[in-house]
Design a protein around this ligand. Structure first.
Ligand code: ATP
Length: 231
């Protein structure tokens, strides 16, 4: 479904991503782990069309998307939920969702009901301005907004960032529910224990490169993963 080959990305002289290969199979939930500064966000931003890679390819369902403009990437079926959420603060929950529906491929107002079922809190707060909601609610809205584009591939950057444990659970319950429905997902997550409990396959990045990969069982037994992320 999503195949990233030899992806390299830089900020001026800083080589943040160096020859990354990764694959997310259709209907699978794949996680990208790594410490701060390893290059995870830059990898996702390059996949999502927010950062122009130096070299390499990003193929989504047979289409090369790494050189497309941002709206074309969305239309190709990839939705990105950035770190920090980036909801439109002065707009309400329902306005945020409607806005995203226009940007997507087959805007479908019935999707809103599905999103409210996934996140009942958003339904309760549908008339509330996004900027006045808690961090967790904004994260739910950011995911809902991405789903409004009916993505073939949902890409999430650290959805648990800064959230209380109970809210992290709610967000991950929703991610698991989406995965069970068959949504293909690529996730960057600092919390390796949670990430490995929900994913089908994982990659570990260090200094811009993939250094370990495997099933969650394999990763849990990997000495490097154990020491760096699960101790
Ligand atoms: P974190 O978990 O802290 O977000 P990360 O694994 O997502 O880390 P990146 O944010 O991709 O890592 O950063 C990779 C490298 O690129 C780091 O050395 C970082 O300092 C550098 N970097 C990231 N963004 C920029 C930028 N806008 N300008 C210059 N350097 C940057």
């Amino acid at each position: 479904m999503l195949t990233v080959s030899k992806l390299s990305a830089s900020y001026g002289a800083i080589q943040a991503v160096r020859g990354v290969d990764l694959e997310v199979k259709a209907r699978s939930l794949c996680v990208l782990l790594g410490s701060n500064g390893a290059g995870k966000s830059t990898t996702l931003r390059s996949i999502a069309g927010l950062h122009r890679p130096v070299s390499g390819s990003v193929n989504l369902a047979g289409q090369e998307i790494s050189r497309l403009s941002l709206h074309r990437v969305v239309r190709s079926g990839l939705a990105f939920v950035p770190e920090g959420r980036m909801v439109v603060a002065p707009l309400t929950v329902e306005e945020n969702l409607a806005l995203s529906g226009f940007a997507g491929r087959n805007a479908d107002p019935r999707l809103v009901d599905k999103i409210y079922a996934l996140f009942p809190r958003l339904a309760e707060r549908r008339k509330q301005k996004a900027g006045l909601m808690s961090g967790g609610e904004q994260q739910m809205l950011a995911i809902g907004r991405a789903l409004m584009t009916k993505p073939q591939m949902l890409v999430l950057d650290e959805p648990s960032m800064g959230l209380a444990p109970a809210i992290v659970d709610l967000v991950f319950q929703a991610i698991v529910a989406l995965h069970k429905e068959g949504q293909s997902i690529l996730l960057v997550e600092q919390n390796a224990a949670i990430a490995l409990s929900v994913c089908d396959y994982g990659y570990v990045m260090r200094r811009g490169q993939i250094v370990v990969q495997g099933t969650p069982e394999e990763l849990r037994q990997n000495p490097e993963v154990l020491e760096a992320y699960l101790s």
